[in-house]
Design a protein around this ligand. Sequence first.
Ligand SMILES: Nc1ncnc2c1ncn2[C@@H]1O[C@H](COP(=O)(O)OP(=O)(O)OP(=O)(O)O)[C@@H](O)[C@H]1O
Ligand code: SF4
Ligand SMILES: [Mg+2]
Length: 355
Amino acid sequence: MVRHVRRRTPAGRSPVTDAFHGAAKVPGARPPGQPRETTPAGPILSVEDLRVRFGPTHAVSGVSFQLRPGEFYGIVGESGSGKSVTARAIVNLLSASATVSGAIRFRGEDVLAASEARLQQLRGAEIGFVFQDAIAALDPVYTVGSQLVEALRAGPQRLGRAASVARAGALLAEVGIADPGRCMASYPHQLSGGMRQRVVIAAALISGPSLVIADEPTTALDVTVQRQVLDLLRGIATARGLAVILITHDLGVIAQVCHRVAVFYGGLMVEEADTRSLFRNPRHPYTAALIESLPQLGRRVPFRAIPGVPPQIRAPLAACPFAPRCSRVLPVCTARVPEETLAGDRRHRCANPRP
Ligand SMILES: Nc1ncnc2c1ncn2[C@@H]1O[C@H](COP(=O)(O)OP(=O)(O)OP(=O)(O)O)[C@@H](O)[C@H]1O
Ligand code: SF4
Ligand SMILES: [Mg+2]
């Protein structure tokens, strides 16, 4: 019943429902609430040279990154930069029209080669999702309690009714809902936006995932509630040792909670750094422009919107996609796609980076 109405899997079930209803118990899956086994030495997720095309649209043009266990990783960029497509590719939730290449490994397992049954296990037991639109993710005709209980009963642990009710209440308490009993008896429309989003976070935690992908989870909320929900997510991630990918178009959101940030533009990752370094010393002109466009309390200069519009990439990239909007553009920038430059723990794709 917990649902996401805008996208259906081939089997006719919604991805969010599938995420909560893993088809079978994953070997070695740990019951929710139990301590995680020893942290694996390698990355929990590895994405290598991911490319995604929808017909002529080159949505993602070669993205690589690794996610460490317990890490809060932000992906930021303007509309159409490939953030959601990258996130959906991680568990193969892209529409059938997508052409995907590259490699995606979750805990060492090749996700792109996984069967649909195995993907449903992964989505059900190991990877949770939180989408922007909580109202669309919840079924309006069932109470919150019945949706969570149904998801728990059908989930990998196959809990009985009484245990599911108790577990649903505990999950709601974990996401900061003061009166879980009352919340469980409510229909989604009877809850505030912030409470609905907390319920969706609770639902994403049902199977005790080791990775949560949150795609614009707070965009629909006002600033105060947004802060509360972000703090909640960060707190839960820390307590559970969860890795989180937080997707947003708002660098201010990243600054609040993320350890590391990837900046996307035109289907490329144009910069990646730890959050502090990125804000102190952005190397890529687009990152710098994003930071300058942040409104700041007490700043005398008016904030500057980035001139121009984000590109629609309708052919393989042959130049830096930011060139038409870039104040540091050189002839070489329009001659080829800039190579990625590694500098310690950070990297950028720019032929003329900021010092
Ligand atoms: N199913 C699809 N069919 C065709 N094109 C698609 C499809 N899904 C995404 N795209 C295109 O891929 C590009 C990247 O889309 P994506 O949804 O990843 O952007 P985004 O960075 O998440 O943007 P937003 O901030 O608006 O959510 C866009 O040009 C988009 O129109
Ligand atoms: S490669 Fe050139 S056009 Fe692109 S961001 Fe760097 S300086 Fe600007
Ligand atoms: Mg998106």
